[in-house]
Each structure stands twice: as structure tokens, then as C-alpha cells.
Design a protein around this ligand. Structure first.
Ligand code: ADP
Length: 911
């Protein structure tokens, strides 16, 4: 029933119950009696009580004084003017309300009766309709504006709308909450608060999930003051303010809430209107936001495609075309072409090597729906840096809605890296396969290590495959003698994490290889063993070579030990580091006692000095030196060793060690000495005649003196002076004879054991003391140039004397035999000494005619003589040569102007 129907019913009196008694019922409305001027005379009717003013007795107020001001204007003139007009009059009601009435006026005698009915309902209905119309218009307007505004103005436009809603409904705080993008509950998208209202919300404020618990089917009024809030979670949204929430639902459920704070909807606006209004705001807003998100998504995807050098494509089989994303067109350098390209033209871009395959896969995609995934090169790529694309495609939809969509992605970087890596890998594999090393992996299974991988080099090395070296089989391939070693290696590997060992493994031919095994254990995060990785290196050759070296060292050691020669090694300070058995035997100790003994202890100071000096002259270029050394062993005879040293040098050329081989030369030395001695004796014997003369001479002088003295004594003419003079002469002669005899004794002695420094002039003098008288007696002149210097040579003075005696005796013999042929010859022997910085030279020259040049070379040979048998021995020069050489010097001969010229050259020693 519409309010209009109700009014009509009331007017027709249908709504009132039928009268059962005669008393006329009170007029169901307002009945005013007016006078002709429009003054109110009486008020009756049921509505009378609702009027603000009541008639005072005798008061007749004008009608308009009872009316609302705006309404009072609508009645002008007098009641008679109001006849036959519908009158709408608004009275001032109680409590400031308005009583809306409609009615008519009737004459009532001289007065007028105004009958009015309550039309508040009717008016309210109309107002409501008007209000709804306005609401609807506002909603449409807002919706439209939200739909057409630019995306950037969207929040601003929404806020404007919120403001107008707030103003229209007098809502102090209003906000629109949307579901957050990131699924984090609700968030205030826009809000408005009247300037005098406290701001309940901020734009972008998070509300969490508090709104999820609200029934989203109808608006909800929160009457906090009266405790009508059964949802405590909304406290967090509204605090203690009254609130009103209106949901907006879309296909997925509640998508937005309109929140009104400090507001409790008592208005005429129906729930449906609120829902519509909220929808008018939220629906276009959400759709615009979706549009915005979509747009951004698209932009991102496009940017990404550009960055990645990728892009989508779609096959259009109907036209044999392919549609490509603009980015893809650009990266394929087709940027000026349309996005649709003939399929063939697109395939032309692919390198011929990949084109056919791609074509066939595209066909499979279309015909069989088989997903496409392949990598292709571009035709235009150069050989060094090919451009690779990954092409992937799939079927979308079914039946007639099927689409063939995919993408192309530039994978040149990855692909080229892959190719490089593969090449490097292949090279590495090749290297490993061709090396004598095998890389293996052994998996840890229940405390044991099981081979699970061998590098390809296993086959060429041992001839086995992984299957043949599996599990326990490997242990059997290991040499029985080395198995324990292998098990030890595994235990150590598990215990310590790394191991290095060496054992023999049998190859397929049955030969054993020495393998150097280096392994490392890999553990997981918990420290438990996972697998062992290791390397086998074939060290057979090295091991055998080491074995051979060991054997040869052993042989060498035996050789050294068994050698009759004395072999030793010593440091430059002469400390022995090794000495063999013969050396130890010689020194009467054990070989083990030799290291640490100093060689110098067995040498005299001079010998040691000379020895160290000689060793000091060894160089890497001339590392060998040989010498005869003489040793003084405590309590033993002098020993002579021929000693050969070889220096061992380090990289910088410094002497590190000396290896020496020695031979006992004492016997040889002794026989040499004996030979020298015999020669000496022979010389002495030979000189006997001369010596007899040498001694006879003083004896004769003494005899003459004695005879003369005796004669004078018998004459009694013995003066003291005379006697003294004679006795002094005798004394001088005795001294002279004694000197000769002394010297002969000295000369006849054996030489000293060790060479001594001496002045060679000493030997010259000794020689002349023995020979000069004899020579003079034979008429041979001795021409001596006395040396005006003093130098030292090392050796034996008596032996040098022996040499000089030999030379002079030979000269004498040559002179005497020459004089036999030539009696007019004045024979002479000249002895002359000279020196330079390093040598002293003693020249012995005669005028005996020299030596036959053909014999010159041979005269130093032992037993070479030109003298008659029994006269010459042929040993004189040979022994002399040996003596001079032994002193480090040289004996040489040449023919001079008058005869032979012998030269004894000896090195001078410095202090
Ligand atoms: P021997 O004197 O017993 O013959 P030597 O070895 O002393 O032995 O001398 C060898 C030879 O050299 C002599 O036989 C002699 O022929 C020759 N000879 C040595 N000295 C001279 C010299 N001064 N003049 C000529 N011949 C010499």
C-alpha cells in the first residue's frame, strides 16, 4: 500500500472502524473553525493534541500564526478565497516537529470549517523517493567521474566524492578501505574528515584483517555508546566512535568497505541505497585500479622483454604468419616491419643448421600439441660469437580457441659460455685421459669405500673398466704384499681425511704398476664421510729407477768398501764425513768411527797448511787435484800417500765437500829414498879420489910443517914465534880436513823425512867444499858467481847438493876427456845463480864441448851413459831429475857456446 492509498482510505473513512453508537466519532484529523477573516475560533479532531499551540480561552489567533513560517506564506487572503483548493498546511507540532496536513475549507454558516488530514506519510514517501533519486544521481555521477578521470587523478577524485558523501549525510569521518595488493588485509585507500572532526584514519593506513570478520552482506551499524558492538575487533578500526560500515561485494566476495566514523545511520537512506552508493564508488575504482595494475604489469613485462632480449610470439596458422612482440622484432632487427610476419620469413632468420629442426618442431606443436623447446642460432651471427635464442612454445586453449604461443630468449651469453665450458671440459677430459693419472671417486658405504668413478685414463693405464674394479674386486687387483698397505690407507683416509700411499696394482695383462695414491675425504654438513676423491699416478718407472739407483748405490758402496784404495769424503774444514774400510784399517779403527775425525790431525803444520791451500784452489772448472802427502800417525812410521781430491760444489760455486781417493805410497817412497841414497853413495864413492886428495892436501901441509918444526928443534933454533906460526898452520889444516869429513858425513846421511825450507846457496857452498879442491887439482877452474841474494826453496838441501855434485862431476868428466883430445884446453866449470819473483835458477856450465844433440833427449833416462862399462852408471842425471822434480822444480839441459848448460829451476817459497 502506498502512502497515497492510505490517504485515500483515510479520506473515505475506510480506515476508521464502523460506528457502533450514535456518538459521532471525533474527526480523525484536525478541524478548525475560522471566522471570515481567517481567525481560529476552535480546534477539534484527533490531531489537535499534536499541535504546539493550544487555543487560549477567548483568543482567536490568525491561522498563519499556527503554521510554519514557510507554509504561512502559501495562504493569503481570506477563507472565502481558499474554497475549492486543496490546501497543504504545515503546522508547528509539539517538540519542534512539523505536522503536515492536507484538506479543504467549507462554509459553516457565517464561519468556515477547515478540515485537514495528516499527510506526513505521503510527504515522507515523496521525500524518500526524491532523496533516493538524488542518491542515485550522485552515485551515477561519482561512478562516471571515477570511470573517466585519468589514473593519476583517481585518488583525488575519490577523496572529493568521499567529501561530498560526508557532507550530504553529515558524516564526520569517512573512508574507503580496499583489500591490499600484497594480501595483507585491508588498507585505507581514501578518506575524508570534516574540519571539526577528529581524523580516525589516514590514507594508506593498514587495517589488517579486522574487517574480515564482519558479515559482508549488509551494512552494519556500530552503536558503541549503547554497547551494540558484538565485534571487538572493530574497536581497532573505529576506536570508541560510533560507526557505520557498508560492504561492496564482487565475484570474489567483499572487495571494499565504506567506513563512516562518528555516525550511526538513522537517516532515510535505505540499506540498499547505501550498498548502491558504496558500489558506485568501489566498483569503478577497483576496475580502474585493476586496469592500472594490468597496465603496470604490461609495462614491466615489456621492459623485461627488452632487457632480456626476449619476447613473445604467436603462430597464426590460418595465414601462415607469426606475430612477434615489438621488442622481439627490434632484437631480431625487424623493427621497421609489421608485427605480423610470414612464417617463412621468420624461419629465414634462423641459421640453416637449426632451421629445419625448428620448422619440424613448430609443425609438431601445431599438429600434435607437443610443447616446443629448442635452441637456435641466428643466420646473421658470425662464427666466433653466434647469437643463440631459446625458442619455447605451447598450445593454449582447446578446440577452435586453440592458440600457439611462445617466447624467444637471447641466450647467447649462456650458450657461448656453455660451449666454452664444454670445450674446456673436453680438453680437460682429454688431458686426464692421456695423462698417467687416474682420478677416482669412492663412495662411503657403511664404513667401506666403494669405487664409483674412474676417469677415462683408467683404461689406457690399467686396461680395467669401472665395473672390473668395483667393490671388493679392487682389493684383489692390489699386489698381495701391498694389500695390508691399501687397507691401512683406507683406514687412515677415514680417520685423518687425507692420505698418501704407494702400492702395486695389477693391470689386465697381469703386470703390476706402482701407483702413487693421494686421496681426500669429503664430508657432509654433519661431518659424516660422503666420498673420497683421489688420484692415482703411475710411478712405476720412477719407482724402478729409484730401485736401480738404490741397487747401483749399493754396488757403489760395495765397490768403495771393497776397494783396496782408501776412499773418504770430508768437508772443507777437513772433517771426515765418510771413510771406507781400508782407510779405517789403516788408521786401526772401525769405519763407523771415522766420521767426525779431522784429517789435519795427521798432518804436520806445514803439510796441513799446504793441504788446505791446495784444497782452496779447487774450482768447479778444475775440481781435481793430486798430491803426495806425508802423514804423521802417533806412534807410527811416517806414511806417504798419493792423494787425489775431487771437490763437490754447490750452485753458487762454493766448495761443499771433497771426495778423496788415496794410495799408500810409503813403500815406493822408501825405495825411491833408497835409490837416492845408493846414488848418493855412488857419488861419494866416485868422489873418493877427489876426497882423498882433499884430505891429503892438509895432511901434506901439516907434515911439511911438522918436518920443518922438528928440523928447527934439532937445530936448537926453535923460536917461539916460528913454532906458533907453524902450529897455527897445522890447526888451520886440521880444521879444513875436519870440515870436509864433517860434510861428507852429513852428505852421506839419509835425507830428512819431510822437506824443509832452505837457501839453495847453502847447497852450492856444500858442493864446492867437497869438490873445488879436487877439481883444482885436476886443473879445472871453478868459476863461481856468488849469489848476492837470499831465497828459500823447499826440499832437501843434501839432495840438491847431490844434484849439483852430479852435474859438476859430469862436467869434470866431459872436460877431462875433452882435454885428452885437446891438451891445450883450459877447462872451467861455471856455477851461476839467478832468480825472479817465483823461481831460483842454478846454472852449471862447462866448456867441455857439449852433448851430442842426438843424445840430448835421452841423457835423463836411467842407465843411459856414454862412459865405459864400470865407469858410468847412467843413474846420475836420472836420479837428479827425480830429486828436482820432487822439489817441484825442473832440471833441463841445452848446449851452450862452449859446452853443456844444465839448469836447476826451483820454486821459491814465500813466508
Ligand atoms: P854417467 O855419468 O854414469 O854416465 P849420467 O846420467 O850422469 O851417467 O850421465 C849420462 C850421460 O850424459 C853421460 O854418460 C854423458 O855422455 C852425458 N853427459 C852428462 N853430463 C855431460 C856434460 N857436462 N858434457 C857432456 N856430456 C855429458
Amino acid at each position: 500500500m502506498t502512502p497515497g492509498d492510505k490517504l485515500l482510505g483515510r479520506l473515505l473513512g475506510r480506515s476508521s472502524p464502523l460506528p457502533f453508537d450514535a456518538t459521532p466519532p471525533a474527526f480523525n484529523g484536525l478541524q478548525l473553525q475560522l471566522d471570515a477573516q481567517g481567525h481560529v475560533l476552535s480546534i477539534t479532531g484527533t490531531l489537535r493534541t499534536q499541535l504546539a499551540q493550544h487555543l487560549l480561552p477567548d483568543a482567536t489567533p490568525p491561522l498563519h500564526s499556527l503554521l510554519r513560517a514557510n507554509c504561512a506564506l502559501s495562504i493569503e487572503g481570506q477563507p472565502s478565497d481558499w474554497q475549492r483548493h486543496g490546501l497543504d498546511l504545515d503546522f508547528q507540532g509539539i517538540a519542534g516537529q512539523t505536522l503536515h496536513t492536507r484538506g479543504w475549507i467549507e462554509p459553516d454558516g457565517e464561519h468556515w470549517t477547515l478540515r485537514l488530514l495528516d499527510v506526513s506519510d505521503l510527504l515522507a514517501g515523496r521525500q524518500l523517493a526524491q532523496h533516493r533519486e538524488q542518491n542515485h544521481q550522485l552515485a551515477c555521477q561519482m561512478s562516471e567521474q571515477l570511470r573517466v578521470c585519468t589514473l593519476s587523478r583517481l585518488p583525488e577524485v575519490l577523496n572529493e566524492h568521499l567529501a561530498s558523501v560526508a557532507q550530504r549525510w553529515r558524516i564526520p569521518c569517512i573512508a574507503l578501505a580496499l583489500l591490499d595488493d600484497g594480501d595483507q588485509g585491508w588498507r585505507i585507500y581514501g578518506q575524508y574528515a570534516a574540519h571539526d572532526a577528529p581524523a580516525l584514519w589516514q590514507t594508506a593506513q593498514r587495517l589488517g584483517t579486522s574487517l574480515d570478520s564482519v558479515n559482508g552482506n549488509a551494512p552494519l551499524s556500530l552503536d558503541i555508546a549503547r554497547g551494540h558492538n558484538d565485534n571487538p575487533r572493530l574497536h581497532s578500526v573505529f576506536g570508541n566512535a560510533d560507526g557505520f560500515l557498508v560492504p561492496y561485494r564482487d565475484g570474489q566476495g567483499v572487495a571494499a568497505w565504506l567506513l563512516c566514523g562518528f555516525y550511526n545511520s538513522q537517516s532515510q537512506t535505505s540499506e540498499r541505497d547505501w550498498l548502491n552508493l558504496t558500489a558506485a564508488l568501489a566498483a569503478p575504482l577497483l576496475s580502474r585500479l585493476r586496469e592500472q595494475r594490468h597496465h603496470q604489469q604490461l609495462e614491466r613485462v615489456e621492459a623485461l622483454q627488452g632487457l632480456l632480449g626476449t619476447g613473445w610470439w604467436e603462430l597464426l596458422p590460418a595465414t601462415q604468419e607469426i606475430q612477434l612482440a615489438p621488442q622481439l622484432l627490434r632484437s631480431l632487427s625487424l623493427d621497421d616491419g609489421p608485427t605480423r610476419q610470414p612464417l617463412d620469413l621468420w624461419l629465414e632468420l634462423i641459421h640453416p643448421a637449426d632451421r629445419q629442426e625448428l620448422g619440424s618442431r613448430l609443425h609438431d606443436l601445431q599438429a600434435l600439441g607437443k610443447p616446443l623447446l629448442t635452441s637456435v642460432r641466428l643466420q646473421r651471427s658470425d662464427t666466433e660469437h653466434p647469437i643463440w635464442y631459446r625458442v619455447q612454445g605451447q598450445v593454449l586453449g582447446v578446440g577452435d580457441n586453440r592458440r600457439w604461443i611462445g617466447f624467444m630468449l637471447d641466450i647467447s651469453d649462456i650458450k657461448n659460455q656453455q660451449l666454452h665450458a664444454a670445450a674446456a671440459h673436453a680438453r680437460l677430459d682429454n688431458l686426464i685421459a692421456s695423462s698417467p693419472a687416474v682420478i677416482y671417486v669412492q663412495r662411503y658405504v657403511n664404513g667401506a669405500l666403494q669405487p664409483v668413478f674412474f676417469s677415462d685414463s683408467l683404461l689406457p693405464l690399467l686396461g680395467w673398466t669401472l665395473a672390473e674394479c668395483d667393490g671388493a674386486a679392487l682389493a684383489l687387483l692390489i699386489h698381495p704384499e701391498d694389500r695390508e698397505l691399501y687397507f691401512d690407507r683406507t683406514r687412515q683416509l677415514l680417520r685423518e681425511g687425507t692420505v698418501r700411499s704407494r702400492y702395486r696394482v695389477r693391470d689386465k695383462q697381469g703386470h703390476y704398476h706402482w701407483l702413487l695414491d693421494e686421496a681426500k675425504l669429503l664430508r657432509d654438513d654433519l661431518g659424516l664421510p660422503v666420498e673420497a676423491v683421489g688420484l692415482w699416478l703411475d710411478v712405476t718407472e720412477a719407482t724402478l729407477a729409484a730401485e736401480q739407483v738404490k741397487q747401483s748405490e749399493e754396488r757403489y758402496r760395495i765397490l768403495v768398501e771393497d776397494s783396496p784404495a782408501m776412499i773418504c769424503r770430508y768437508r772443507p774444514d777437513l772433517t771426515l764425513t765418510f771413510g771406507n774400510t781400508p782407510l779405517a784399517n789403516y788408521l786401526e779403527c772401525l769405519p763407523a768411527q771415522l766420521p767426525g775425525v779431522n784429517l789435519g790431525e795427521w798432518l804436520s803444520t806445514e803439510q796441513r797448511h799446504a793441504f788446505v791451500q791446495r784444497i782452496g784452489q779447487l774450482t768447479p772448472e778444475f775440481p781435481v787435484s793430486t798430491a803426495e802427502i806425508s802423514l804423521q800417525l802417533p806412534g807410527r812410521e811416517h806414511a806417504w800417500w798419493v792423494w787425489s781430491d775431487r771437490g763437490v760444489f754447490d750452485d753458487s760455486g762454493a766448495l761443499v765437500e771433497v771426495q778423496a781417493v788415496g794410495r799408500d805410497n810409503t813403500e815406493v817412497r822408501r825405495s825411491q829414498q833408497q835409490l837416492t841414497q845408493s846414488a848418493k853413495m855412488a857419488t861419494l864413492g866416485e868422489m873418493a879420489t877427489g876426497l882423498a886428495h882433499e884430505i891429503n892436501q892438509p895432511l901434506n901441509v901439516m907434515r911439511m910443517a911438522i918436518v920443518n918444526v922438528l928440523k928447527r928443534l934439532s937445530n936448537g933454533d926453535a923460536q917461539i914465534d916460528y913454532l906458533t906460526e907453524k902450529l897455527q898452520r897445522i890447526d888451520a889444516q886440521v880444521q879444513r880436513a875436519a870440515k870436509v869429513v864433517d860434510h861428507m858425513r852429513v852428505f852421506g846421511r839419509r835425507s830428512e823425512i819431510e822437506q824443509q825450507p832452505f837457501d839453495p846457496a847453502q847447497a852450492v857452498e856444500g858442493t864446492l867444499s867437497l869438490l873445488s879442491e879436487g877439481l883444482r887439482g885436476k886443473g879445472v877452474e871453478v868459476r863461481l858467481t856468488p849469489a848476492d841474494f837470499s831465497v828459500k826453496v823447499i826440499g832437501y838441501a843434501d839432495q840438491l847438493e847431490q844434484v849439483l855434485i852430479n852435474l859438476m862431476v859430469n862436467a869434470r868428466d866431459a872436460l877431462l876427456s875433452q882435454r885428452e883430445k885437446n891438451p891445450g884446453l883450459n877447462p872451467w866449470i861455471a856455477v851461476h845463480t839467478e832468480h825472479d819473483s817465483r823461481h831460483v835458477r842454478i846454472w852449471v856450465e862447462d866448456n867441455g864441448g857439449g852433448i851430442d844433440p842426438r843424445l840430448l833427449e835421452r841423457i835423463f833416462e836411467p842407465f843411459f851413459t856414454t862412459k865405459p862399462i864400470g865407469v858410468g852408471t847412467g843413474l846420475g842425471l836420472s836420479v837428479s831429475y827425480g830429486i828436482v822434480e820432487n822439489m817441484g822444480g825442473r832440471l833441463s839441459v841445452s848446449n851452450g857456446e862452449h859446452g853443456a848448460r844444465f839448469c836447476v829451476e826451483l820454486p821459491i817459497i814465500t813466508a
